[in-house]
Design a protein around this ligand. Structure first.
Ligand code: SAM
Length: 263
């Protein structure tokens, strides 16, 4: 009788609303022996798991890394080698700034079976949740998803190129660097009246958003008390952010449920 082979499923949890999980993602959660999940994953999704499934929180936040990536890699490999069905649950899509690519390469290198279950990325669904399409015939024929946090020395973004792109710019992990992002765009020739929107906790009950232009966004964000996790959307499409009919989002803030500034 052969032993069961383990499997690691890199599952995208979607942007936050549990109903935006894929059917396959839900099935993998129901089948899982162990779920290894990140900080931004909506805890409601864990309710799809069996009562006896082990749940391991390896959540990372901007200044706090409870479990190092190397340890996560080792953990996934060990669990799979024990013959377990492991779900590695990541916010959005596992291959969009989710370290999913690194984890897959590592596990395959050890001969561990690994599959990818895509998720709906916050980079698209977050703007959509407040009425912003990332492309639109009147505004943008491309969109660009950019890591907004400061890179390691020598890996600085090409701001001149970014500022001159025709398409919509979507920055993830950018709230701590909002001032620098705005400054680089302005300094490299982006017009000061370019529309920009910031969406916090997109698709979650505590979703909030503001829109302004490049010159005014820092003040609008400060007034509304918005912080991470949030998306920063730059370009004409940002002007389409719904005013007031989206459950609390719109110019200057919207519903204040005390979650503002959560990092
Ligand atoms: C490490 S990246 C992971 C992105 C994820 N893999 C995805 O496809 O959406 C984390 C960043 O995604 C963005 N993010 C993820 N979910 C979000 C949400 N519900 N609302 C706003 N921003 C979100 C924030 O910019 C956050 O800092």
């Amino acid at each position: 009788m052969g032993e069961r082979r383990g499997l690691v499923s890199l599952v995208g949890a979607g942007p936050g609303d549990p109903e935006l999980l894929t059917l396959r993602g839900r099935r993998r959660l129901e089948e899982a022996d162990v779920i290894v999940y990140d900080r931004l994953v909506n805890p409601e999704l864990l309710e799809f798991a069996r009562d006896d499934a082990e749940r391991i929180d390896v959540g990372k936040s901007a200044h706090h890394h409870p479990v190092k990536q190397r340890e996560i890699n080792n953990l996934l490999a060990r669990l799979a080698r024990e013959g377990k069905r492991v779900v590695r649950l990541k916010s959005g899509d596992p291959f969009v700034f989710g370290r999913g690519g690194e984890e897959r390469t590592y596990l395959r290198g050890l001969g561990v079976d690994v599959e990818v279950v895509p998720g709906i990325t916050s980079a698209i669904a977050g703007p959509a949740a407040v009425g912003i399409p990332v492309t639109h015939r009147d505004f943008a024929s491309s969109f660009h998803v950019i890591a907004g946090h400061r890179k390691r020395a020598g890996h600085e973004l090409d701001w001149d190129n970014i500022a001159h792109m025709e398409g919509t710019l979507v920055f993830l992990m950018g709230m701590e660097s909002l001032g620098r992002i705005v400054g680089e765009l302005l300094g490299n020739g982006k017009p000061a009246d370019t529309p920009i929107a910031v969406i916090q906790w997109a698709t979650r009950e505590n979703q909030r958003a503001v829109k302004s232009d490049l010159l005014g966004i820092r003040e609008a964000v400060a007034e509304a008390g918005l912080g991470a996790p949030a998306l920063i959307v730059v370009g004409g499409v940002a002007s389409l952010l719904d005013d007031g009919d989206d459950g609390g989002c719109g110019d200057g803030g919207g519903r204040d449920d005390g979650e503002g500034g959560v990092g």
